[in-house]
Ligand binder design. Sequence first.
Ligand code: LLP
Length: 423
Amino acid sequence: MNIPLTEQLQYHNGQLHMEASNITSLATEYPTPFYCYSQARLLDNIRRCQAAFTPRGIAVHYAMKANSNMHILSLISDQGLGADTVSGGEIQRAVSAGFPPERIIFSGVGKSAAEIRQALEVGIGQFNVESAEELMRLASLAETANQPVRVALRVNPDVAVDTHRHITTGTKGNKFGIEPAQALKLFREYASHPRLRLSGLAMHIGSQICDATPYRQALSRLLSLVSTLKYEGITISHLDLGGGFGIDYGNGNSLSFEDAARTIAETLASEAPDYTGDVVVEPGRSIIADAGILVTTVNYVKQAEPRPFLILDAAMNDLMRPALYQAEHPLIPAHRRGPSATEQFDVVGPVCESTDTFSRNTPLDNAPQAGDIMAFLCAGAYCSVMSSGYNSRDITAELLIGQGQATLIRRRITQADLMQFEQ
Ligand code: LLP
């Protein structure tokens, strides 16, 4: 495994720094574990993303499920991105963080009536509908809306994607999306609905996809639906192509914004040269993942057979991806002692479950010792947002490094905080 360091995360004299902040020093100021994000890296990712998509006429909506910290969201909305949301809570956060309602898309397979009402009141830009049943519910709730409600149908294009089976979404048998034939029927049925403006098609084929081919195939299927609809007099003016662009977790594979944007633009140019509507993508992970790390302390190096355990103070409740998807996040020391032999460890947390294992047979150098500060890399997306308080552990703090200083953007949520909500 390579160590995917970034320009903003580097060793200086053996000490790991995020921008100008020394991680070891931060860990003396803030108790570990904590998440730490680089503002410069986040902004750089957004810049590269916009540079690839904007000139090709493709708008970017941040999929905020990847990281919905309010401070992070305001930085992202300040850069002019829209938001992709999947719950009433995300809509509330998006609006508070300054995303203009018309640039908020509401996706998700199980929107409740209360969430739909909330989205209608806020006046969000588009509902991505995932079933006939949802469309019916939306139509009846939209009766009292004072403006037409823009709707896209999320189609399941049934393409194979090479990623973890738990994060593929665009193949038959997934709960997501509508089959193209059924979408066609719904378009006919709702074409002249007085309140709903059914004018879009959406797709999202999965996450952590490192090859552009499935985007080409899926978009191609969407475009053949666009032309069938056109033949019937129904015009599609909004295409939402989802997110999923893979990042390098250390195995060298990723899908750059540039490659994704080029593939989408080429497919559109060759298969739908007269399409003049909007095109949107919804990246989440690729915007924030490599801007974040999880800083942790080695609690013990437990000698055992067949290998020693490295027992950290971070656990599966703080970083769930390894337990849930067998995901590997590279682990590196905050202070390099100098050349040393590489040893194999099983890296675990203190939670009382065998699943609380970050990795097995992990080669680590630097002769780890109790008290060492270490960092899990690429932990900006789907990490803090998926954390819990299992085992009555505190919920991890989040720091942002930017403009030469560290700012606490979420304080640690302690047991005293949590106990207040219980009788
Ligand atoms: N749009 C829709 C409709 C989505 O469902 C998702 C992610 C995205 C956009 C953003 O995809 P991204 O660009 O972040 O890959 N917890 C998992 C990932 C679940 C992704 C769910 N949907 C993980 O930790 O890998």
